[in-house]
Every structure is written in C-alpha cells, then in structure tokens.
Design a protein around this ligand. Structure first.
Ligand SMILES: Cc1cc2nc3c(=O)[nH]c(=O)nc-3n(C[C@H](O)[C@H](O)[C@H](O)COP(=O)(O)OP(=O)(O)OC[C@H]3O[C@@H](n4cnc5c(N)ncnc54)[C@H](O)[C@@H]3O)c2cc1C
Length: 408
C-alpha cells in the first residue's frame, strides 16, 4: 500500500466493502491503480461479532477469487454446498437441486468476517492500491477532465474514473442524480450461527413460510466436531423486535419448530443480528466518469444468496472493459467504455433482481390454496431435469455472458 495522496490514479473507488475492495484487487491484477476510500475502521469491520453473516459464494465468484489470488487463503474456511433443498413449509413436494457426477458444487459458504479479512490483507499488500480508511468525503468532483474526492482533512484524491461502491445508501449515486426504484419488503432477516445435533450433509435448506423464507446454510464443523449452520430467518417487520428479544430457550424452540427436524436438536445459538430487507435498482449504472458497482446499483432480497455474487459480476465486467480499453490506449473514464459496462451489466442484474423479487412474492402468498399451487409447480420442477439444470446454473452464477475473471 502506498501513502502518497497527491498522485492521480486510474480509479477513485468510494466504498471499500466486499465489492469495492474486490474491484480494487481485480483492477490491480490488470495493472490499474486505485484510491479506495472508506468511512469505516477496518479493525471494527473485522472484529469478532461485527458481522456474523455467512455468504454463499457462487462457482463463478470463486473463480474470481482464484484469479485475484484470494482462493488459497480462503479455501480452509469454505463449506461446500453439495445440494439445495427447497420446501414449502416442510410439506411434502420438495425440490432437490443435486448436481450430477463431476459437475462440482452449488457454491461455497464463508463467514463474512473471513471474506473481509482476506480482501483487506490482500489490499494492504498491493502496491497499486492506496487505501484510505476512516475517511469522510466532503466533496465529489467529476468533469470531462477527471475526477476527485475531497476528504474532511483537506486531502484531494484524483483519478480518471470514480466508482461508487458504498452499498445501499450510496451518497455518490444520489449526488449524481441517478434515478432509483425501490421498495421495502417490510421484513427483516434475523441472522444467527447455530450448532446442532445432526450433520448438515452440505445441504442448504430453503424452507418457505408465508412470513418469509427460513434458510439453513451449512458451515464447517467446529474444531471439536460440533455441527454448525448459519440461520437466515425472515420475519415481518412487526414481529422482528419480539423475535430478537426472545430468551435463548424460546428462540431455540421457535427455530426448531420451523426446521422440521432436518438438523436434529439445536444445541446453541450465537449472537443474533437483524437486517431490514428492501429492493432497489437504479435506472442507469453509469454517468460522466462514474460507474456504480454492487449494492450501490442493485439491492435484492437475500432469498437466493445472490447480492454479493451480482456485485462480483459487476467487478469482473468493469475490470474487463477497462483493461481492454487500456490496451487500446483509452482513458478509464471514456464514455464508450462506460456504455459497454452499462449494456453488459444492466440487463443481467435486472433479470436476477426480478426473479428474486418474484420468488419472494410467490412464496409470500398465504393460504392453503396458494401453497397447493406452489407445491404443484415445485413437483413439476422436481420432475424436469432441464429446469433443474437452469436453476442450478443460475445458483452457480455460470449462466449468461460471464466476464473472463469469473471463468475457471
Ligand atoms: C441477511 C443477508 C444475507 C445475505 N446473504 C448473501 C449471500 O448468501 N450471498 C450473496 O451473494 N449475497 C448475500 N447478501 C448480500 C450481500 O451482503 C451484499 O450484496 C454485499 O455485502 C454488497 O457489498 P457492497 O460492497 O456493494 O456493499 P456494502 O457491503 O454495504 O459495503 C459498502 C462499503 O462502503 C462504505 N461506505 C458507505 N458509505 C460510505 C461513504 N459515505 N463514504 C465512504 N465509505 C462508505 C461502508 O463502510 C462499506 O465498507 C446478503 C445480505 C443480507 C442482508
């Protein structure tokens, strides 16, 4: 990491979270330099208990980690997803997504803390990245000549292209006047680590209740062999505070009731946290010398575990467009390059967003009739190998026009 603040770089990346930092590292692999500016303290972000979520990393995203040199360090923390089981309230008629012989996994689960540690360590050792943490941006400048971020301490960090990677509430996106469509699901996801009696067999469970999906995602066993999973339990906004306040025994009982015995008894529950769930999608992902990546551009329901994976596809596409442009001698802020990025990513992320939103609504319809119709549809998918393959390819992230960095 270099520390000069007056040098002009290819990229000024605002937000060094999972997507922003992956972008800086992928760009560096192609020889592109960056300033990465984040308001948070990395020591806090990586402290035990700060973010107890676990994330499903698709096969395509794993290839990105291999290609930017993170896979070796992360591999010991990966819990492979060998199959996904989908049920409607644990009633008969589930769908099992099981890849065929030699087809590989359906993804890998990682504790978010491990992902952050790997990205931050790599960034700290990468000379092409100038990382400024605990920084407050007071002014964003973009013109046909270049871009700059002015910090509260007076520093001015200059570059050729500004990238907004500040997540859902991106101020850079809002300051650029980019139109955004958004709605609130009036749901919260309650997250906790669980230890349980039976092994998970590397199966990810998605159990749909009208109040929202209840997911059990496999994690590696503890060193002494205790079985572990990550719980993502969606509850209505109105019920969330009550569920968060439940005593440990009552919480365990509620979780067990919804698990339908698939993992046996719940032995312990870790710290609980809760996240509001909303949908947003921007009308554009570029403007003059500006590109949006990750949750700054699109936020979806975690039902299918695709939010970060979409952001990493943005990373692969943007870096490929910029690297190809650099070979032709083009400036990273060249409008033709930004148009290519816009055309490439706009449709793909919109389709995934629509599908996820549709799924959330479909399974949210209460009543026995709706459940019977859903289970009829699920039985049809269960019997149709071609449909199953389609869904599995989507989960692996290998469908569509993949950037080179996301290929093996
Ligand atoms: C419950 C839950 C479960 C999920 N599970 C999955 C999953 O299994 N698989 C999956 O692919 N995705 C999953 N997601 C989605 C995934 O977590 C997000 O898509 C991903 O974290 C987005 O990363 P990001 O870097 O774009 O944004 P963020 O993670 O929000 O990072 C934004 C960064 O910008 C910084 N920042 C913000 N504002 C400023 C500012 N003004 N100035 C400077 N810096 C700023 C922040 O400090 C932060 O570091 C899940 C989400 C939730 C809520």
């Amino acid at each position: 990491m270099t520390t000069q603040s007056d040098d002009s770089r290819d990229l000024v990346i605002l937000g060094g979270g999972l997507v922003g930092m992956a972008l800086a590292l992928a760009a560096a692999k192609k020889g592109l330099t960056s300033h990465v500016i984040d308001r948070a303290d990395p020591a806090e972000l990586t402290a035990e208990g700060f973010d107890d979520r676990a994330t499903a990393i698709s096969t395509a995203s794993w290839h990105l980690f291999e290609n930017i040199g993170l896979a070796e360090g992360l591999a010991p923390f990966a819990c492979e997803i060998a199959a996904i089981a989908v049920t409607d309230q644990n009633k008969p008629g589930r769908i099992d997504f099981v890849p065929g012989e030699g087809e590989g996994t359906l993804g890998r689960m990682f504790p978010n803390r491990r992902l952050r540690l790997a990205l931050f360590e790599a960034a700290a050792n990468e000379p092409l990245i100038h990382w400024v943490a605990k920084a407050h941006v007071t002014e964003r400048q973009r013109s046909q000549y270049g871009v700059a971020a002015v910090l509260a301490d007076g520093r001015k960090l200059k570059g050729r292209l500004m990238v907004a990677a500040e997540g859902r509430q991106s101020p850079t996106r809002d300051a650029a006047g980019i139109t955004i469509a958004k709605w609130d699901y009036r749901h919260r996801a309650i997250i906790a680590g669980l230890t349980h009696e039976k092994p998970h067999g590397n199966i990810a469970w998605e159990i749909f209740y009208p109040a929202g999906p209840f997911a059990l995602l496999p994690l590696n066993d503890e060193p002494q062999g205790t079985h572990r999973s990550s719980l993502v339990w969606t509850v209505s906004e109105a019920d969330a505070a009550g569920v968060m306040k439940l005593g440990e025994r009552a919480f365990r009982a509620e979780v067990e009731k919804r698990m339908g015995g698939v993992l046996g008894k719940v032995l312990s529950v870790g710290a609980r946290s809760s996240y509001p769930l909303g949908f947003h999608h921007t009308a554009r992902i570029t403007a003059e010398r500006l590109a949006l990546v990750g949750d700054a551009a699109h936020g979806i329901h975690p039902i299918a575990g695709q939010g970060l994976n979409l952001g990493l596809r943005d990373v692969g596409a943007l870096v490929q467009v910029l690297a190809e442009g650099a070979r032709l001698g083009l400036d990273p802020g060249d409008p033709a390059l930004l148009k290519r990025y816009e055309n490439w990513r706009g449709l793909d992320s919109f389709m995934v967003a629509l599908a996820t939103d549709g799924l959330t609504r479909l399974f949210g319809v209460p009543g026995r009739g709706a459940s019977a119709v859903r289970r009829l549809g699920m039985a049809a998918v269960q019997r149709t190998p071609l449909l199953k393959r389609f869904f599995m390819d989507e989960a692996r992230g290998v469908a569509g026009d993949l950037p080179e960095l996301l290929k093996a």
